[in-house]
Design a protein around this ligand. Structure first.
Ligand code: HEC
Ligand code: HEC
Length: 417
């Protein structure tokens, strides 16, 4: 009889719906859920201290650092600041394959969000702290193009009170050349070599402090939660409705591939989706650029860097410099290894890889799927055998890692003064 049949059908329908909903919530085993939670921003530990920078957590240093980060006078042509390439409204990068300052670099601009947490800086890890990192572009002939005495004079002329409030009195800089530093410019370089050792140390100390103030600023810029993180919270709570409304089926399928068949999590693990290590993944050489040895050169450089954690300008005790004390250089396997970048916000900041070799995330995943031989050294990748659909799903999943920048609003724009 019709009414009974109708009721039975409705009841069956409701039962089916309930089963699907429960099934979605139970899509993950306990072990998988634990793995998901390790990737969630909720697992991000508090920002570690930087013993090599005694002003790392000083608010005044961060304010000074922010002004320096946006100051174009810190360049040879008065037109380049850190923010020229690390644009706050573009996730602190620039969206181009090779960065442009005074000239053009051989590498792609990295985002600075959350990178205070990384033990190594740059694609090749040639710096071991964010303050030492900041000094690199300032002296690079193609980035800021300036030199050490120029920057010291600039601090004395325009930032004296703020500098001294943080670091104590500036040394007497009178009589020092306008331009001198261990840079490519032959005149400035000769002027630097002509200075007595004591004068050079004095200037280098001021230069190191400039980096320490900038690092105090950069530390305050962290990644904020993405849809992926909301999904993990919902999945852990068994909230099936919430998981379904947070990630699409394709995104969830992509996540499963990321953890399983595609093995991405091996290198892109942890809440920032990076193991902070260096790997050779057979990324093709960039056209028209010299061969890039990657970590092989970077490991040697950081050991020799006068601004490393063990050097005279570091505030750390040698035993606090674990990373660099145990670093091995000259290891053939380091050839063409590059730093594993964070995948947070990755969909918003192409092109990809150390020289912007790939324009889209699909090209990136196709590269992993093919696993071509490396142009130098040995690629660690194996072909993945992903179908076109699976490639799309992985790309879709990567899009779920986008979230806002987590920082006080005032740090995300040029300072008003
Ligand atoms: C001309 C563009 C340009 C300018 C100007 C510039 N950078 Fe960069 N930045 C880059 C590029 C390119 C890289 C990667 C370079 C490499 O690996 O060799 C990079 C890397 C970095 C990194 C490393 C992030 C990581 O995850 O390892 C930090 C931090 C950074 N820059 C901060 C700064 C600061 C601070 C300044 C100003 C003192 C600055 N940059 C000026 C282009 C620029
Ligand atoms: C063996 C370690 C390793 C594995 C496995 C791995 N990656 Fe990577 N990934 C890297 C390294 C190293 C780079 C940077 C390489 C370069 O620039 O030359 C990178 C770069 C990327 C980038 C570019 C990010 C950027 O800012 O330029 C994306 C996207 C990416 N990986 C996604 C994935 C996905 C998806 C998988 C799984 C299919 C995966 N990775 C597997 C090590 C790995």
């Amino acid at each position: 009889m019709p009414i009974l049949r109708w009721m039975t059908a409705t009841l069956l329908g409701l039962l089916c719906l309930a089963a699907v909903a429960a099934g979605a919530g139970k899509g993950w085993t306990q072990a998988e859920l634990a793995q998901l939670q390790e990737l969630s921003l909720a697992s991000l530990p508090p920002l570690p201290a930087d013993p090599s920078n005694r002003v790392a957590d000083d608010e005044r240093a961060a304010e000074l650092g922010q002004r320096l980060f946006f100051d174009q006078r810190l360049s040879s042509n008065g037109q380049v600041a850190c923010a020229t390439c690390h644009l706050p409204d573009r996730l602190f990068q620039d969206g181009t394959p090779l960065a442009k300052g005074v000239g053009t670099t051989d590498r792609r601009t990295m985002s600075i969000i959350g990178t205070a947490r990384s033990p190594w800086q740059f694609w090749d890890g040639r710096k071991d702290s964010q303050w030492a990192q900041a000094l690199g572009p300032l002296e690079s002939a193609v980035e800021h193009g300036g030199d050490r005495t120029q920057y010291a004079h600039l601090l004395a002329a325009h930032y004296r009170a703020d500098y001294e409030a943080v670091f104590g009195p500036l040394p007497d800089l009178r009589g020092l050349p306008k331009h001198a530093g261990p840079v490519a410019d032959p005149q400035a370089n000769a002027a630097w070599r002509a200075l007595p050792q004591g004068e050079r140390a004095k200037v280098s100390g001021v230069f190191a402090n400039l980096g320490k103030a900038i690092a105090a600023y950069e530390r305050r810029i962290e990644p904020g939660p993405a849809r992926f993180d909301a999904y993990v919270t919902a999945a852990a709570a068994g909230d099936a409705a919430k998981t379904q409304s947070t990630l699409s089926r394709d995104e969830v399928a992509g996540l499963k591939l990321f953890l399983g068949k595609a093995q991405c999590v091996q290198c892109h693990g942890g809440p920032l989706f990076t193991n902070d290590e260096f790997h050779n993944t057979g990324v093709p050489a960039a056209r028209g650029l010299p061969q890039d040895p990657g970590r092989l050169a970077g490991a040697k450089q950081v050991l020799q860097d006068e601004f490393n954690c063990l050097g005279p300008f570091s505030d750390a005790k040698p035993q606090q410099c674990g990373e660099i004390r145990f670093l091995a250089a000259d290891n053939a396997s380091q050839l063409r290894q590059f730093r594993v970048p964070s995948l947070r916000n990755v969909a918003e900041r192409g092109p990809y890889m150390h020289a912007g070799q790939f324009a889209t995330l699909r090209q990136v995943v196709e590269h992993y799927n093919r696993a071509p031989a490396a142009p130098q050294g040995h690629s660690e990748l194996q072909p993945l055998g992903l179908s076109a659909r699976e490639i799309d799903q992985l790309v879709a999943f990567l899009g779920s890692l986008s979230g806002p920048v987590k920082a006080e609003r005032r740090w995300l724009q040029a300072p008003s003064n």
